[in-house]
Every structure is written in structure tokens, then in C-alpha cells.
Design a protein around this ligand. Structure first.
Ligand code: NAD
Length: 491
């Protein structure tokens, strides 16, 4: 069995404490590998390595930084099947989605590599003669990156990809459920030519490693993806040092279906949006808001479609839904099923843990649907599992009111063939992402990704905006008039 240390200054090293932890398959309980469990001492060592590598990496020409990332993407493409299987084994999403996770990582690295030849600033006329004005992008410095477990390659490529492209050196903490994918990503970047100390990885728990990264005074910015409650803690600790923070947090994403919609398309969309990745996507469709005219027909078709989904070994291509990510995840999701029942929602599909062979060694939960009323906890809180709430509304205005009446604002969807309503929904839905006629999942890496309200604090990962999170703008004035000119000082 493989053993991995921390990756600091280009070396795999044991944790200072000597402690280790294991990565365990959520499907079978098999131990996949052992990892060093870092703490604040290891974070400090990683910070020192990042500080040492900083000057050279900052001066490394941006197009050459892009070449390294492109080389990593090319190697990932060659290993896509193997890496996709690794995602399925370690995190539990089905193999088609495991390979999709890797594809998203490849796509983003290819995209951001090109930023090395863009990273544009602005030039603009001065208000004075003989004077030139421009902006340039510069690295932030040493950045801390903290990621969740549900996209073990994609999110860990979005963050380091953009941070490294921006010329920063990095302390990276992956989620403890998926350290094998993280360690593999590091070896790929190392083989692609990343110099020692530029990317340092400290695996270990949130309380010891995550917090130490956020609180280390030499870490100048933190980019965090995870739950709202963790995000609030990160924000508060970083605020004490006026530290820059990028937040990508949870969601409670609605799919509205109007009475004029293509119902077959809407059913296909919601089954994929709600139960893909066993509902463990920040953009998962967790609420279906149905116009009353099509409510009964949609419910009937939705229940039939849900019952037909096959749950099992994520490496089997015939399987639709894999296990949930961990025992803790399983407990939280089953608790929410109880909460739904207790608050009077009607359980219309699923609702149980699967305990018989071949599901007895993993964390398998039936795909579950509740007919609910807006305001119940299962309609407003992020469950992050295969539990879906359906809500009846009388018209478009009520649909929008219900869709928006949550603390989150990540993704949203409306199914309608009414052009006027579709455009109104783009205006009205309070979310960072709006889909017209697909479900709430399906981000593409060359477009900005992120949310509003408690989902985020304004950063947008991916797309042309990715580089903004990891660069500072410097404004430059060059006066070639040969005399002191005073801006604004005039009659
Ligand atoms: P989590 O918040 O428990 O943990 C995320 C990461 O942060 C982990 O590496 C964890 O160890 C670390 N962490 C947790 N608390 C911390 C703290 N106080 N200080 C520093 N580090 C800390 O989330 P999770 O269970 O890993 O992931 C699921 C959550 O992530 C869901 O809410 C989901 O919606 C969200 N998510 C959001 C996006 C997005 O782009 N908006 C993408 C994927 C997942």
C-alpha cells in the first residue's frame, strides 16, 4: 500500500508529529493509502519553502509558467482513465463523472495556461501631456488554498492552476477524504517541471492545518471552497489580519419548471442535476419548483425516473449513483431525511440506507424525494446528498419568490419555452449562474463560476476572472515631459 508524506520544498516528508491518517473507499471500506497528518509546524515549514521560492517564481516569465501547466494538462489527458477511476474509488462518484472531473481539470489547466500570454492590463491616456498610464498584474505573494472533497481533481486544479499562473507560491490543503487524488496531482505538476517550493501540500485536519494556513501572517491571501459554516470561520480569522479571501461556498439550487416547458427535458435534467454525484455538488439541483398545472404529471414521472436509477459500485459503467462520501456524510443525510419526515414533508421516493449486499460495505443511500412546502428546513438548508425537495407554486412570480428565499445564491435553472419568461428569469433569479433549459449543473471552465449571498464574497473562479483572485493590479504613471506636472491642480 502506498504511503505519502507532506510535499514541502519539492520533497515528500513525514509530518513533524509523526502522525498519519488513511484514505478509505466509501464503496468498500478498503484502505487506499496512508498520508502524513500535518499541523501548524508543518504549515510553517511549507510557508518558509514558499517564501524561499517566491522571488524566482515571480520572475519566471508568465508564458513559461503556462507551459508547465499545459504539460501537466497533457499528462493528465494521457492518464485520464486511470485518474477518473481514482476519483471513483476515493470519492465515490460514478466513473463517467470521475472522468468528467478529470476532464474539467484538464480543460481548466489548458485554459489558464493561455493566460500566460494574456494577463492583460490597461493602457489609457493621461489627463496631462507627456505622460503615460497603465496597469500591470502582479502576484499576490504566498497564497493558501483549501479545497473540499467532492471534486478531487477539478477544484484542486482551478485554484492552484490560477494561483501558480498568477506567479504566486502556494500552500495547499486538500480535503482529508481525497488526499490520494491531491498527491497524484502534485506528482503530475512536479513531473511537468514545477520548481521546488512553488507548490507545497500539507494534508491534515481543518482545525490544525486549515486554520494554521489561514492564520499564518506570511500567507497573504486565502482561497477557500467548502461549506458556509467553515467559510465564516475562515473569513473571521483572515479578517483579523486584513487578509484577502476568495470564497466559493454552498448552494440550495432551484430548478423551476413552468407550465409551458418540455417536461421530458425537465425530468431528464432534474434527475441528473439532483442525483448526479449522489447530490454532492455545490450546484446540485436540490429543489424542484413546479407550476401547479404540471405538478402531478411531473411528480409521477420524477418518481418513476428516480426509482429506475441504479445505485452501486461507481466503477461499474451501468451504475447511475455511487455511495455518499463518508460515514459522516451518510449520517448527516439520513438525519435530514428524518428532519423532512418530522416537519411533515411527504416522502415519495427512497428515504433509506441500503444495507444488503452488495451495498453493505459502503455508504449507499436511496435517491430520495420529498413533496415539501417552502420554508421547511429541507427546502432551505444545504443537505449535500441525494435528497431532493419538490415544491408546488401557482405562477412565475411565486416560483421566483420561492427560488430566491434562501441564504444561498450559486446556481439556478428555469425550464420554459416562453422567451419573455426566460429573459425575465435571467434578471430575477438571485444566483451567480442561471441556466435556461438545462439543470443547475454543467459549468464550463472558460466561464466565470461563483455565487452571491452566502455562497460567496464576489470572487469568480474559472473563466477570464480566475486570474483576478490571484493577482494584484499595480497602477503605473510614466511622465516623460521632463517637468513636474500636477494632476488635478488647475482652475
Ligand atoms: P468543509 O467546509 O467541511 O471543508 C472544506 C475544506 O476546508 C476541507 O479541506 C476542510 O478540511 C477545510 N476546513 C473546514 N473548516 C475549516 C476552517 N475552519 N478553517 C480552515 N479550513 C477548514 O466542506 P466539505 O464537506 O469538504 O465540502 C462540501 C461543501 O463545499 C458544500 O457546502 C459544498 O456546497 C461546498 N462546495 C462549494 C463549491 C463552490 O465552488 N461553490 C464547490 C464544491 C463544494
Amino acid at each position: 500500500m502506498n504511503e505519502y508524506g507532506l510535499y514541502i520544498d519539492g520533497q515528500w516528508t513525514a509530518a513533524t508529529s509523526g502522525r498519519t491518517f488513511q484514505s478509505i473507499s466509501p464503496t468498500s471500506g478498503e484502505i487506499l493509502a496512508t498520508f502524513a497528518e500535518g499541523d501548524g509546524n508543518d504549515v510553517e515549514k511549507a510557508v518558509q519553502a514558499a517564501a524561499k521560492a517566491r522571488k524566482e517564481w515571480r520572475c519566471f516569465p508568465a508564458p513559461k509558467r503556462g507551459e508547465i501547466l499545459l504539460e501537466a494538462a497533457t499528462n493528465m489527458r494521457k492518464r485520464k482513465k486511470e485518474l477518473g477511476e481514482m476519483v471513483s474509488r476515493e470519492m465515490g462518484k460514478v466513473i463517467s463523472e470521475g472522468k468528467g472531473d478529470v476532464q474539467e481539470a484538464i480543460g481548466f489547466l489548458e485554459y489558464i495556461a493561455g493566460e500566460g500570454r494574456r494577463m492583460f492590463g490597461q493602457t489609457t491616456p493621461s489627463e496631462l501631456p507627456g505622460k503615460f498610464c497603465m496597469t500591470v498584474r502582479q502576484p499576490v505573494g504566498i497564497v493558501g488554498l483549501i479545497t473540499p472533497w467532492n471534486f478531487p481533481f477539478a477544484v484542486p486544479c482551478w485554484k492552484p492552476g490560477a494561483a501558480l499562473m498568477g506567479g504566486n507560491t502556494v500552500i495547499y490543503k486538500p480535503a482529508s477524504l481525497v488526499p490520494l487524488c491531491a498527491a497524484t496531482l502534485v506528482t503530475i505538476l512536479e513531473e511537468a517541471g514545477l520548481p521546488p517550493g512553488v507548490l507545497n501540500v500539507v494534508t491534515g485536519p481543518a482545525g490544525r492545518v486549515g486554520r494554521a494556513i489561514v492564520e499564518n501572517p506570511a500567507v497573504e491571501a486565502v482561497s477557500f471552497t467548502g461549506s458556509v459554516s467553515s467559510g465564516k470561520d475562515v473569513y473571521a480569522r483572515a479578517a483579523a489580519q486584513i487578509k484577502r479571501v476568495g470564497h466559493e461556498l454552498g448552494g440550495k439550487n432551484p430548478q423551476i419548471v413552468m407550465d409551458d416547458a418540455d417536461l421530458s427535458l425537465a425530468i431528464e435534467g432534474v434527475l441528473f442535476g439532483a442525483f448526479g454525484t449522489a447530490g454532492q455538488r455545490c450546484t446540485a439541483t436540490s429543489r424542484l419548483i413546479l407550476h401547479e398545472v404540471i405538478f402531478d404529471e411531473m411528480i409521477e414521472r420524477l418518481v418513476a425516473g428516480t426509482k429506475a436509477l441504479k445505485i452501486g459500485d461507481p466503477l461499474d459503467p451501468a451504475i447511475d449513483i455511487g455511495p455518499v462520501g463518508s460515514e459522516d456524510q451518510e449520517k448527516k443525510i439520513l438525519d435530514y431525511i428524518d428532519i423532512g419526515k418530522n416537519e411533515g414533508a411527504e416522502l415519495i421516493a427512497g428515504g433509506h440506507k441500503l444495507t444488503e449486499s452488495p451495498h453493505d460495505k459502503g455508504f449507499f443511500i436511496e435517491s430520495t424525494i420529498f413533496a415539501a412546502r417552502h420554508g421547511m428546513r429541507i427546502t432551505t438548508e444545504e443537505i449535500f446528498g441525494p435528497v431532493h425537495a419538490v415544491i408546488k407554486v401557482i405562477d412565475y412570480d411565486e416560483a421566483i419568490r420561492v427560488a430566491n428565499d434562501v441564504e444561498y445564491g450559486l446556481s439556478s435553472a428555469i425550464y420554459t419555452n416562453n422567451l419573455r419568461l426566460a429573459h425575465r428569469a435571467v434578471d430575477d433569479l438571485e444566483a451567480g449562474i442561471v441556466y435556461i433549459n438545462p439543470p443547475t449543473i454543467g459549468a464550463e471552465v472558460h466561464l466565470p463560476f461563483g455565487g452571491i449571498k452566502n455562497t460567496g464574497n464576489g470572487t469568480r473562479e474559472a473563466g477570464s476572472t480566475a486570474i483576478e483572485e490571484f493577482t494584484e493590479i499595480k497602477t503605473v504613471f510614466i511622465d516623460y515631459s521632463g517637468k513636474l506636472q500636477k494632476a488635478q491642480i488647475r482652475d
